[in-house]
Design a protein around this ligand. Sequence first.
Ligand code: KIV
Length: 277
Amino acid sequence: MGKKNTVLTFQQAKEEGKKLTMLTAYDYSTAKLIDEAGVNSILVGDSLGNVILGYDDTIPVTMEDMIHHGAAVSRGTKDALLVVDMPFMSYQVSVEDALINAGRLMKEGGADAVKLEGGVRVVPQIKAITEAGIPVCAHIGMTPQSVNTFGGFKVQGKTEEAAKQMIEDALAVQEVGAFAVVLECVPAALAELVTKKLSIPTIGIGAGAGCDGQVLVYADMLGMYSDFVPKFVKQYAKLGDVMKDAIHGYIDEVSQGSFPKEEHTFKISDDVLEKLY
Ligand code: KIV
């Protein structure tokens, strides 16, 4: 704690075999709590589409959404490396688009680095963005922006062909300068193999303990998002229940007139008050 995490922290952790921690955040207050707890990296994931905006998937998330939430999170982040997701269609159409939008996430969204989904097929984009001085975290395996191609949120890399492709994707993104790669919903043994083959760290989500680090959506691990709880999530708290209890308490006390009490109110002098009657 108290020391800014950078891409060098990530590289050093890989070399020293130290595990990296990453959590998502989408707003100032949550980012501040997570940063102060000492996580290595905060990800403004496009999962904000589900968690914050209530969409079914990440497809509708825009650059404006990512910039708005990125900037808020950056104001609450001191030591964690701040990674901001490139949303669907902000980098797929052309390398030029990718470069302009990655630059906007840095300049307007407060990002220290950007993350984009894909392996070999986004190599030109990753190369151009890293060459422009913007660190890139790649993301392969079950990449949620391709949910319609996968036919659902399914574990990837289970056949020989798919597993070989995943290894090729991981090596390709490393080759063009990605500083880390997220492996999402990948069989644990395959994720461990990919991790061994790479000199950059792997950050797993649903990819087992053999990765160099782990990432979770904060609302999942705190038990605040109940629409869908994936198998790979461990709930470290049930904050959703705690919040509901507190809200019931508030409703009860307001209904009964026991809140607010005197200690929650402001005073006016009796002299002034008298003159008002
Ligand atoms: O958007 C997100 O939160 C992510 C993580 C699940 C890795 O990409």
